[in-house]
Write a protein that binds this ligand. Structure first.
Ligand code: SF4
Length: 336
């Protein structure tokens, strides 16, 4: 995919008005994301460019000016998060350079930083993490340790062993990284042996908390998956959503959730395996509006004076055993 430079016109430190991130500005360095994961809902936004990714080259200047102005007015937010619709650490030198510059800028301004990534964290960022360890809240997206899952669903992201190594390194720095297991692919990554393999490796990396949520379908995501997944896998996946209504979830009015009994059984399994490994499991409340609400904000709730919302507002076996084994992660031997 081609990277094109462009100028951002709208404010950078603008809080998104949804979910657990309500009230916390979310910074995207790019429009579109070079990882191009098969299930990515942001790819299907009408405003997302189709065959290229736009890099906001003027982000540092804009950000610097906004920090200056908001500080003068006493309105500088206490935290920022990267990112809701793109990955902070994408595989391109220009994006890496911008990520480092912007991270340094917000940390030097004293803001807490949360990021969620499936990418390679550049070497230059590690020194920054060490220097500002009290301000960094890292989250790594990792759904499965299976190479087949990685190849099919998110082949441009950092492979699972790399993400595990990064988790270990973040733990060693005392940054207490958490893991976002999203999207759980029903019938594939929620199989007991797959969950067990994932949690075993996470515990070895010092992970103490995960948030988890099943894949939600939207029309654009369904079209993407139909194009990019093997036909058999795609067809079988849809069975878990059969008969489900389109409904409003977070900002989209046309979302399908996996059937409730599938998600309930899956989350119960995640909790059970989590307990066995001493890992706390939170179920994402935003993407499961029909279940008891749990938040999965990347940091502990703070005093009411700080800029956090209280609550987000929202208005069987399918694969044969050979297929399933490919997704259990049992073929990965070189992970910690
Ligand atoms: S890394 Fe995140 S934002 Fe980027 S394509 Fe994958 S799901 Fe979308």
């Amino acid at each position: 995919m081609h990277l094109r430079k462009t100028k951002r016109k709208s404010p950078v430190l603008k809080p998104p008005a949804f979910g657990c991130l309500r009230g916390t500005p979310s910074v995207n360095l790019t429009r579109g994301c070079l990882h191009a994961c098969v299930y990515c809902y942001a790819r299907a936004f009408p405003e997302t460019p189709r065959s290229e990714v736009w890099l906001y080259e003027n982000l540092p200047e804009k950000l610097s000016e906004e920090i200056r102005r908001l500080s003068l007015r006493g309105k500088l937010p206490s935290s920022v998060t990267f990112s809701t619709a793109s990955d902070l650490f994408q595989p391109h030198p220009e994006v890496r350079r911008l990520a480092l510059e912007v991270l340094r800028m917000v940390l030097e301004a004293g803001l807490k930083v949360s990021f969620l990534t499936k990418g390679f964290i550049p070497e230059e960022c590690w020194a920054l993490f060490a220097d500002y360890s009290s301000l960094i809240h890292p989250r790594i997206g990792l759904v499965s340790v299976s190479r087949d899952y990685h190849r099919l669903f998110e082949p441009r992201t950092a492979p699972p062993p790399v993400r595990l190594t990064q988790l270990e390194r973040l733990s060693t720095l005392g940054l207490n990284p958490s893991v976002r297991i999203d999207p759980v692919i029903p019938g594939l990554t929620d199989r007991e042996e797959a969950v067990e393999a994932l949690f075993r490796r996470l515990s070895l990396c010092g992970v103490e908390e995960v948030s988890v949520s099943y894949l939600v379908l939207r029309p654009g995501v369904i079209r993407q998956m139909a194009r990019e997944l093997p036909a058999g896998i795609f067809r079988n996946l849809l069975k878990y959503y059969a008969g489900q209504p389109w409904q409003k979830v977070i900002t989209s009015a046309v979302t399908k959730l996996a059937r409730k009994e599938i998600r309930e059984a899956g989350y119960a399994l995640f909790r059970e395996v989590g307990r066995a490994y001493g890992i706390r499991v939170r179920v994402c409340g935003c993407k499961n509006p029909d279940l008891p609400f749990e938040d999965c904000i990347p940091w502990e709730r703070e005093s009411p004076g700080e800029k956090f919302s209280k609550l987000p507002l929202f208005a069987g076996k399918v694969y044969n055993s050979k297929d399933a084994d490919r997704f259990s992660g049992s073929r990965i031997s070189k992970t910690p």
